[in-house]
Design a protein around this ligand. Structure first.
Ligand code: CUA
Length: 190
């Protein structure tokens, strides 16, 4: 009989085989490479958000967004204002349980400063079908510099659990070809 107190009989204490030791060494070296990549990628990687981060009072942010909506609203969709800001301007998007406001209409190939903040809890900004993710934290304004490179309709999906209506939290960004802009009127066929 054998209990946990006594040493088991057998050959388990024999030194590991050369091949096994080699694998352990390779795995360890690879772990170190990945570990080094974390700070390296943070400092050198081109995936870091480009923008101006600032603390912001949620109510002040909401007020600024409403001001922005009022200034550039061009329509309405499902009760949400559709806003077409001037090319290259500062754009405001607010996350709130459980909606993204407003619907943004942006021009292809133009750089905007996209301000995003939350007025209640953490939300996740995920742009579908583009692989773009960003954590939205209340009290912080993320002035992301973005250039839409493709015309079409994009959905904003919340990817941070934010309560009972999380799965309903959908927003929209429309990217229009440069020639179809309503605000500039350039190149529109008559
Ligand atoms: Cu907002 Cu989940």
């Amino acid at each position: 009989m054998h209990t946990g107190v006594e040493s088991p009989q057998g050959v388990w204490w024999k030194p590991a085989h050369r091949a096994e030791r080699l694998w352990v060494i390779i795995a360890f070296v690879w772990c170190m490479v990945l570990f080094a990549m974390m700070p390296l990628w943070h400092l050198r990687g081109a995936q870091n958000p480009s923008g101006i981060r600032a603390k912001v009072d949620p109510q002040a942010y909401m007020a600024r967004t409403l001001e922005f909506i009022e200034a550039y609203q061009v329509g309405e969709e499902n009760g949400f204002p559709v806003v077409e800001p001037p090319p290259g301007s500062d754009v405001y998007l607010v996350a709130q349980m459980w909606q993204w406001r407003p619907v943004l209409r942006l021009q292809e190939g133009v750089e905007y400063t996209l301000h995003i903040s939350s007025v209640d809890v953490n939300h996740g900004f995920s742009l579908y079908p583009v692989n773009l993710n960003f954590q939205i934290v209340p009290g912080y304004d993320y002035g992301l510099r973005v250039t839409p490179t493709e015309a079409g309709d994009f959905r904003i999906i919340c990817n941070e659990f934010c309560g009972i209506g999380h799965h309903l939290m959908l927003g929209k960004v429309e990217v229009i070809p440069a020639t179809q802009s309503a605000s500039t009127g350039e190149g529109v066929a008559q």
